[in-house]
Design a protein around this ligand. Structure first.
Ligand code: GLV
Length: 327
């Protein structure tokens, strides 16, 4: 009998095509927006495997109802919505979709950095409001990036591409803080590992590319911002939970730091009245890091391949808890 897969949101059709060609019976949640928790559990109870999204809460309550699942293939590189420890306890592999979205996400971090350094989003809005009257010799001044220091928090695949962009475009000095050393970044870009405090103190641009975990939740808070340069730009394209949003607002209002670019906010969606949206040195995007045709197709392909390969060979090509796989 063919295995059943539920895709919890409409994603690029490639996932559906690859799975059906491989003989799976695929159903797709076609409702507007994310499934409710009840809908998710009810539908997941009827299948063998799941393609999940970040908006699905795959927690212990979910596992109590759906502990029968063979595999969960997340359509994202991040998986902080999934209780991986619980999945591991139950022997359920969790797949994700790295690499295919690294260029797209690093582009958003790089673009936000430039947009903030030149106040682009804010100035765009002033034109729309009819406020552009004349050339202003002393107004609208930004800061240049050439030769500045880029600090990367979380030197993984996306951080590495951001480092490459910044080295190539602006010959920036690269420093980074990560649990382990990243030899590739050190060899290719002369990146230097520094302590977390050194990262805060020395970065002209500090770009966050880490996972959201118990160690990183709320890490960029009042005391972290206080250690940063007054001229520093804070960029976050990972997860909104890594920064404390009220502390960030205050750091910008008190000019403790110079600017911020966010593709992820806390909460999401950001409320339209959030003061960050009207600050000159701030640029905010609605979590579009991986939103390119190429990246989303790649994510659909990897999510499908994680499931197909698992049933074929017992291996999951991109698995975040490989210890559950049979050797
Ligand atoms: C997007 O945020 C992802 O984790 O892939």
């Amino acid at each position: 009998m063919s295995k059943k897969v539920l895709i919890t949101r409409i994603i690029p059709s490639l996932a559906y095509e690859l799975l059906t060609q491989a003989g799976f019976e695929v159903s797709v949640w076609e409702g507007v927006g994310a499934m409710t928790q009840t809908q998710l559990m009810e539908r997941a109870q009827q299948v063998n495997a799941l393609i999940s999204l970040g908006s699905n809460k795959i927690d212990s309550q979910f596992f109590n109802a759906c502990g029968h699942l063979d595999i969960i293939a997340q359509f994202a590189v991040g998986y902080d919505n999934i209780d991986v420890a619980e999945a591991t306890k139950r022997g359920i592999p969790v797949g994700n979709t790295p690499d295919v979205l690294s260029d797209a996400t690093a582009d958003v971090a790089f673009g936000l950095m430039i947009a903030v350094s030149r106040k682009m989003f804010y100035l765009h809005n002033t034109i729309a409001k009819g406020e552009w009257k004349q050339f202003e010799p002393l107004k609208n001044l930004g800061i240049e990036l050439h030769g500045k220091t880029l600090g990367i928090f979380g030197m993984g695949r996306i951080g590495l591409v951001m480092a490459q962009r910044c080295k190539g475009a602006y010959n920036m000095k690269i420093i980074y803080n990560n649990r382990g050393r990243n030899e590739e970044a050190e060899k290719r870009f002369g990146a230097q590992w520094v302590s977390f405090d050194e990262l805060l103190e020395q970065s002209d641009v500090l770009s966050v590319h880490s996972v959201l975990s118990d160690e990183t939740r709320g890490l960029f808070n009042k005391s972290a911002f206080a250690k940063m340069k007054r001229s520093a730009i804070f960029i976050n394209t990972s997860r909104g939970g890594v920064h404390h949003e009220q502390d960030l607002i205050e750091a910008l209002q008190t000019q403790t730091i110079w600017g911020a670019g966010l593709d992820v906010t806390n909460p999401e969606p950001m409320h339209a009245t959030n003061p960050l949206l009207s600050m000159p040195n701030v640029a905010v995007l609605p979590h579009i890091g991986s939103a390119t045709v190429e990246a989303r197709d790649g994510m659909a392909r990897l999510a499908a391949e994680n499931i197909i390969e698992f049933y074929k060979t017992g291996n999951v090509p991109y698995c975040v808890n490989p210890e559950v796989l049979k050797r």
